[in-house]
Ligand binder design. Structure first.
Ligand code: TYD
Length: 410
């Protein structure tokens, strides 16, 4: 595996130099690079995880970019594995087919189509084509009957697609735009591939949520961009594209849902959301400095709590081993000395060790056998569901530490 990354010194959208550092999470391995036992004594590739803000176009971004083939060629995240997410994307597919690709011959192209869930749901209504760089998920999509090109999307691929399939009446990309390093290339590709009356609708995690209740642990090397509508407006205007509509949708906390076209006027909702972002001061560096201070004070609170518990001889484990949990464990330097084990429902992760912190990942049943005094809920985004599901465990005295956005015990 090639351990490689590059540091950029200009903004991904407006190319301004002098990006301002807002949060330095140190150097850490990739959040999904779980280790096998025999890998524990080998050197682990680690990369800087530092967040920057561009004062010109407001894009919050990472400037250290890890070789994308390391992160995306073999991808373990399957959209269909999470039912609520799959349902959400099927609804989006339904909307696209109903509003933008109404004829059987109309083409819909999805960038980062993963295992093809969205496109499969509309493939009987229009022509569909997926694009995804991960071989393993492309194979799954093909088995579902979704034609998929295994590649990164950009201008060159857009030209090839136009030649072979014609222009697209609709394009979509969901939870993918955060991964894009060459944003200009992707938007230029969209412009090339989209029909004159076509629409590109995409969803991406909203920076307003990240700095509010979203939690800093959404920050990891895969996520290069943390968008506001302000920054996206800047991007589309540079290429002569228009944002014609935008809303916030309750997925991954809150995500931006943005509609881009070659022509048209922005809806009222676009103005409303831009106004909301102004009120939240998402275009001001002070906002992000305050966020960074909050992360720091939360870290101090959690570490104080944990060292107090350890001093009392309590056993501490963790619940869930999401990618975000690895940002938290590494940034807080919580390793196997402090956290005895972590359980996770994903069979692929069980038997492995957390990247950087080397905590063994066990099957959920182990929690009942080991009955630790406290568990740090790393999958805190599912806190309500997990606390309800684990009533029996809590009745046996196991306490949950919810680390983000504010430390609390349940
Ligand atoms: P997810 O929130 O999708 O996170 P990320 O994108 O940060 O990887 O992943 C949640 C993780 O938590 C996943 O590995 C499965 C695990 N999990 C449990 O172990 N138990 C549970 O009850 C739930 C809901 C999730």
């Amino acid at each position: 595996m090639k351990a490689d990354f590059k540091h950029k010194d200009e903004c991904r959208i407006c190319r301004s130099k002098g990006l301002k550092k807002i949060l330095d999470l140190g150097t850490m391995p990739l959040a999904n690079a779980f280790l096998k036992k025999e890998e524990l004594n080998k050197p682990e590739p680690a990369f800087p995880l530092v967040v920057y803000f561009c004062e010109t176009c407001s894009l919050v971004q990472l400037a250290d970019v890890v070789d994308s083939s390391m992160m995306f060629s073999d991808y373990h995240y399957l959209t269909s594995a999470s039912k609520p997410l799959a349902d959400h994307f099927c609804q989006l597919g339904e909307e696209i087919a109903r509003r933008f690709a109404t004829n059987r011959d109309d083409l819909v192209v999805e960038i980062g189509s993963n295992d093809g869930v969205l496109l499969e749901s509309i493939k009987d209504k229009c022509r569909v084509l997926g694009v995804d760089p991960a071989k393993n998920v492309v194979e799954i999509a093909k088995k579902r009957g979704v034609e998929t090109i295994c590649d990164f999307f950009g201008e060159e691929l857009a030209e090839k697609i136009v030649k072979k399939y014609g222009h697209a009446k609709a394009m979509t990309a969901n939870n993918v735009m955060a991964h894009v390093d060459d944003l200009h290339g992707v938007f230029k590709g969209v412009k090339k591939l989209l029909a004159d009356d076509g629409v590109f609708v995409f969803e991406a995690h909203w920076v307003g949520n990240l700095i509010g209740d979203g939690g800093f642990d959404q920050i990891y090397h895969e996520h290069l961009c943390y968008y506001s509508l302000h920054s996206l407006k800047h991007m589309t205007e540079l290429l002569g594209l228009k944002i014609i509509d935008a809303t916030l949708v309750p997925i991954h906390g809150q995500s931006l849902k943005v509609y881009v076209a070659k022509h048209g006027e922005p809806s009222r909702q676009v103005a409303d959301l831009l106004k909301k972002e102004k009120e939240l001061r998402l275009d001001r560096i002070e906002t992000y400095k305050a966020f960074s201070d909050k992360v720091e004070s939360n870290k101090i609170k959690l570490l104080k709590l944990i060292s107090g518990l350890k001093a009392e001889g309590k056993q501490i484990a963790a619940y869930g081993a999401p990618a975000k949990g690895n940002t938290l464990l590494n940034y807080f330097h919580l390793n196997g000395d402090t956290v005895s084990f972590v359980t996770d429902t994903t069979p692929l992760k069980q038997g492995l060790y957390t990247p950087g912190t080397h905590i063994p990942v066990l099957a959920p049943e182990k929690m009942n056998e080991m009955l630790p005094d406290y568990v740090i809920l790393l999958a805190w985004n599912y806190a309500d569901a997990i606390l309800a599901k684990e009533k029996a465990l809590r009745d046996k005295g196991v306490k949950f530490i919810i680390p983000v956005p504010e430390v609390r015990i349940a």
